[in-house]
Design a protein around this ligand. Sequence first.
Ligand code: DGJ
Length: 439
Amino acid sequence: MKKINCMILGAAALLLCCCVGAPDVNTSAYVPKSKAFTPGKILLDNNGRHVNAHGAGFLYDNGRYYMFGEHKVGGTLGNKSIVGVHCYSSEDLYNWRDEGIVLEMSRDPESPIVIGTIIERPKVIFNQKTGKYVMWFHMESRAGPRAKSTNIDDIIAEKPSYKTAKAGLAVADKVDGPYKFVGAYRLNAGKYPMGDESRMKQSREKLDKEYPNWRKMQFKPSDKNKDDIYKDASFLKYFEEGQFLRDMTLFVDDDLKAYLICASEDNATLHINELSDDYQSLTGHFARVFPLEFNEAPAVFKRDGKYFMLSSHCTGWAPNPLRVAVSDSIYGPWKPLGDRTRGFNVSESDRKVNPVLNKQYWRDAADSQTKDTFKSQSTYVIKVNGKKDAFIYVGDRWTPRDAIDGRYIFLPIEWDCDGLPVIRWYGLWDLSIFDKKQK
Ligand code: DGJ
């Protein structure tokens, strides 16, 4: 009897482990090769651990894809950076080899990337002129009176702030690092967006005369319908100290010019910044996109001379509907295309109408809801090597209460008959989808 009870308990424990997932435990010495994407499920690396690279960026280099992302620890502590930037590599995008931590958080309390500060959304590009791998990321360093203690435990316990809002830069000689931290910067202090200088100067005069407290103005999405002076004030507030960088991505164009695209102005406006020839600084050429429309999580890709940008609304870690925009130039004007996800939205009343369908059907149905980008937030669009017009949406399904358990949503970007992208839910799919004739 005792033996049977033990067996039942053992089986129950095993089942629980399989269902809940134990992301940071080495579960198996042998990891079977995967031949498909299973969005939202545990993504095992070659050691049998859940891939730990959130807010990721991807780089195709010498026949392999590299994935760089935020290494998260368990619990809410994982919303700060304790370990660093984690890198994985793959030759087929399904199976990922752990390449280790390529940018480590520092134990030096004076370092801008001391353990317990924040590194988010790292992206890496290769510079052909210098032969260097260049990583940019969003970082939040310690600030103000909080930043006094030199004890690492105190630093880790500090309440995170998203107010320092800087661009971090690190550089490596090899794709898998180590990346050396170079610096942390606010952007474009004392500089105007391209073509906006004279209007901004007039706005500044008007603000000083008519809105004495304009520097303290806080903006919200509905302000975009007010007088244009609000849009300029949102930028001018940070003119002297330099502009914010929060969620960000990098994009390298066909002519090898690269751009740092980021949520700026307290997330109110996206900025598109041209990078210097070595990709390690900004040229000062930049444009503002969608002022006061509050976009996060930008990801840019290009097809047939047209630029596409994915982004999200600003709802913290919670998902929201995808935003897609198109432009003939990287600097805009960008035309909003709305939410181009497709799936089925299931309500409780649908369930009652169709009770015979199986549980897996309902699980897929819930995952495929389009009103929240399949419960994910964009982080990157991968261009698939060797296949025409093949792009993959990559999003994060964040789990802020247990950050390490965050899941990855890889979905194919398909092309509709109007030549515009659509993203549909597939619970199981592979790259052969790109070989089928698209509409
Ligand atoms: C949403 C952003 O997209 C994430 O990268 C992260 O910064 C969270 N906000 C923090 O709340």
